[in-house]
Design a protein around this ligand. Sequence first.
Ligand SMILES: CCCCCCCCCCC/C=C/C(=O)SCCNC(=O)CCNC(=O)[C@H](O)C(C)(C)COP(=O)(O)OP(=O)(O)OC[C@H]1O[C@@H](n2cnc3c(N)ncnc32)[C@H](O)[C@@H]1OP(=O)(O)O
Length: 248
Amino acid sequence: MGVAVIKLKNPPVNSLSLEVLTEFVISLEKLENDKTFRGVIVTSDCPGIFSAGLDLTEMCGKSQAHYAEYWRAVQELWLRLYLSNLVLIAAINGVSPAGGCLMSLTCDYRVLADNPKYNMGLNETLLGIVAPSWFKDTLVNTVGHRTAERALQLGLLFPPAEALRVGMVDQVVPEDQVHSTALSVMAQWLAVPDHARQLTKNLMRKPTADRLVKQRDADIQYFLRFISRDSIQKSLRVYLDKLRQKKG
Ligand SMILES: CCCCCCCCCCC/C=C/C(=O)SCCNC(=O)CCNC(=O)[C@H](O)C(C)(C)COP(=O)(O)OP(=O)(O)OC[C@H]1O[C@@H](n2cnc3c(N)ncnc32)[C@H](O)[C@@H]1OP(=O)(O)O
């Protein structure tokens, strides 16, 4: 039925490095241009981890030019996923904080494996950073304003039952059924004529995407100013050190 699977593979935690973002956009573009494909299942090849989100090492101790290139790549992937003409289904087979969660929120449908460790949410505030307005918009469009307001301020990571309750995911299923469920949901979405579904998706999503498109450069400048602050760099270093020391 013309369904591709994109399996993220950047061990150990599928962080969204510049290289991963770039390759993801290229793969998506190829699929968009190949009319034999109508749908994509986005999943992970790293056991227990869907994606650890944006790669913190790309946002820490690097040059301004690097930050700008990185942020443009983050914007690009979000725009491509959010406005994709393909049916996108996230088969979430692991934990998905921050950018990992955002990636799944750009999909049309989310199936999450029922494992209490597989938390998801936009936890940026816990790192001492702030989810940009388009991250916030994506969450609001999924779970509504009040739930998003609370989740964003507290940096909440929701376990599966809670993620389902607030509407962050559409289905929670046993881990060994995530892929088969994604496939049967895909069949249901592909039963709808493409042109009608695509125009409807665009109607729902374009106003949100346009807000970023209209101010992409300003958003990059804002990111540069924010991420270059000494206090923010310090927060990120402390957070990364904590992650690294966990093992020791
Ligand atoms: C007013 C508006 C202003 C807006 C301006 C813009 C502001 C900036 C916005 C930036 C938005 C950011 C979005 C993000 O996505 S930030 C990333 C958030 N991610 C996390 O918090 C997850 C962190 N990771 C974990 O919690 C765990 O690693 C995880 C549960 C995913 C897996 O645990 P596990 O025990 O299996 O693995 P380890 O913790 O031991 O990790 C293994 C190694 O991987 C490194 N690691 C983990 N996560 C990341 C990451 N996100 N980026 C880079 N590297 C990561 C970890 O340090 C370990 O490394 P070592 O092997 O070297 O120790």
